[in-house]
Write a protein that binds this ligand. Structure first.
Ligand code: AMP
Length: 375
């Protein structure tokens, strides 16, 4: 791919078949592009809306080569795609974001070291390879603390809160793969996230930060804009813009942060892709995070990341989430989305619903009012 924008009709390759790829493919279709989804499962949310499909393992070099030959550019929709697959593709076709950005975000130690280099503060942490390392790390950071795998963790999987010295050995034994990382427990006042898009020309557009609430370690609600002082929102935007630039990323990137009671923000996790906490942009902004992602990957100019409504996004998780679907369809001012997953297993993200509110409502109205009709 040269620096020129992809012409209408070009094919964008997406590694991964989940809902983030699905919503990216739908945004791509509106801009006149077709998507080729590559994933190991044939009935995936992304495959259902793709113009072209490859069902193959990420380790299948021949299938990867055929995929590369059929697309103008490759992106990915989840960061646990094996780096070796992106490495194989990188020699054959433009990959946006590239291998270096993916590798940094696949490893919590590399991620924290990167955040340190770009001056985004993080909670105190120590790398842990052995039980002796863990004992030394706990001696340095104190308890409580959070022990996490450095790779392949998501939605709270691969982590344990250590409260007493007796918690150390079982947590070390259970968590895999090694190595691990120990973080000081952060007594946060709120969790917020910000999403930046960065174009092929280096232009950056940042959405308003969102305030996130989790249930059982899975995102439950996002409120946009986050109900934080203007200086905190500005710092969150600056941090995610620094992440996008520091990674030399083309695409979108989300930065999850902890807000401390004194107003300090600590970076927690980077996702070099559209993010669940940005789904509200589909309905509350003229151009969503998915459209920005496709614009960036295709070499188009970014759209302004402006928000025309306040929004509350509710995730629909498992059977309970699906039970709310008929009610959400009928709720005024609520925009419903389903991902086409056949089975509503516990903990599975089935869809989401976004309640749109007049600008300024979130800051002024009681939370029970803004959640009415959504819960
Ligand atoms: P993560 O997988 O790092 O995004 O963590 C999932 C969730 O666990 C976060 O959204 C927090 O609610 C909680 N958590 C993670 N790390 C910490 C920490 N160091 N201190 C307190 N809570 C944490």
């Amino acid at each position: 791919m040269t620096g020129a924008p992809l012409p209408p009709g070009a094919v964008i390759g997406i590694l991964g078949g989940g809902q983030l790829g699905r919503m990216s493919a739908l945004a791509a279709a509106r801009l006149g592009y077709a998507c080729h989804v590559y994933a190991p499962d044939d009935d995936s949310p992304g495959m259902q809306v793709a113009a072209h499909r490859t069902v193959a393992a990420y380790e299948d070099r021949d299938a990867l080569a055929r995929f590369a030959a059929s697309v103008a550019v490759v992106t990915f929709e989840f960061e646990n795609v094996p780096a070796a697959a992106l490495e194989a593709l990188s020699g054959l076709v433009a990959c946006r974001p590239g291998l270096a950005a993916l590798a940094t975000c696949q490893d919590r130690v590399a991620e924290k070291a990167f955040l340190g280099r770009i001056s985004v503060p993080v909670a105190p942490w120590r790398a842990v390879e052995t039980e002796a390392d863990l004992a030394a790390a706990v001696a340095a950071l104190g308890l409580p603390a959070v022990l996490k795998t450095t790779r392949l963790g998501y939605d709270g999987r691969g982590q344990a809160v250590l409260r007493t010295p007796e918690d150390l050995a079982p947590a070390f034994a259970r968590l895999a793969p090694k190595p691990l990382v120990l973080e000081a427990f952060v007594p946060f006042a709120a969790e917020i996230s910000a999403i930046a898009a960065r174009g092929a020309d280096g232009t950056v557009a940042v959405f308003d930060p969102a305030e996130n609430r989790h249930a059982h370690h899975i995102l439950d609600l996002s409120f946009a804009p986050a109900r934080v002082p203007a200086a905190v929102a500005a710092a969150a935007r600056a941090h995610v813009a620094a992440v996008a630039e520091g990674l030399d990323l083309v695409g979108v990137v989300a930065l999850e942060m902890f807000l401390l009671p004194d107003g300090t923000l600590l970076g927690n996790e980077i996702a070099p892709r559209p993010h669940n906490s940005g789904h509200w942009t589909m309905d509350a902004c003229a151009a969503s995070q998915f459209e920005q992602h496709i614009r960036a990957v295709a070499g188009l100019p970014l759209a302004p990341a402006t928000r025309h409504h306040d929004a509350v996004m509710k995730n629909l998780i498992g059977p309970e989430g699906m039970a709310a679907w008929p009610r959400l369809l009928a709720a005024p001012g609520v925009v419903p989305h389903l991902y086409g997953k056949a089975q509503a297993r516990a903990g599975r993200k089935m869809g989401h619903a976004t309640r749109l509110l007049a600008p300024g409502t979130l800051a002024a109205a009681p939370e029970s009012d803004v959640l009415a009709g959504l819960l």
